[in-house]
Design a protein around this ligand. Sequence first.
Ligand code: PXP
Length: 239
Amino acid sequence: MTPQRLGVNVDHVATLRNARGEHYPDPLIAAQTAIAAGADGITIHLREDRRHIRDADVMRIRAMIDKPLNFEMAATEEMVAIALKTRPNACCLVPEKRTEVTTEGGLDVAGHRMALAPMVKRLRDAGIRVSMFVDPDWNQLEASAEIGATIVELHTGAYAQGKPDELIRLQQAAGLTESLGLECHAGHGLNYDNVTPIAAIPEVMELNIGHFLIAQAIFDGLPAAVRRMKALMHAARGE
Ligand code: PXP
């Protein structure tokens, strides 16, 4: 099976830092530590309210890591401008406002094609890979392909909450991505106990995992948490 990448989301290192208004723990050091332990990329989400990652973090992390940076962002002019200035390897468009969210939580690409298509084009024209964070739903996949996205990241939140049939929906959606010309990623709510069936889906090329790894780092340290997650992913793919 094609090797699967692990993107480590370091947002919640910044959450902890901001809780005390200190300069530590530093999400850049977390990113470098995760990479040294085997992370294949780093994900950060610059929220409109800057509740965890801040603008200066984006610049520092972009400049100081030697693996791909996946920049999660709302579909707004402000964020597109920051992405065009920062030039991450990939941008993942995620919902932040209720109107952009479907009931399950992914971005409603199908309902916002006209607004999203020009943003996707501007990012792609700048050489940035563009991902849509969507529920495992045909309409969302088809719309993502139609507006020119490179990647869909399937939202695994409902699966992680134990919703029945969700694994089948994810497997089926992943199986449709290739024919649509989309690379398939997955993420949200993944942990040691639930990662295996998702990592085993052949089309899923990348998992993005944050909250659990940062939480587990409290007990085991970040390098051990990253190494264990990668070992589980390898095992799931029979490597
Ligand atoms: N992928 C996307 C698009 C996300 O927005 C998030 C959450 O920031 C994640 C993956 C990671 O989710 P978690 O922190 O639950 O692992």
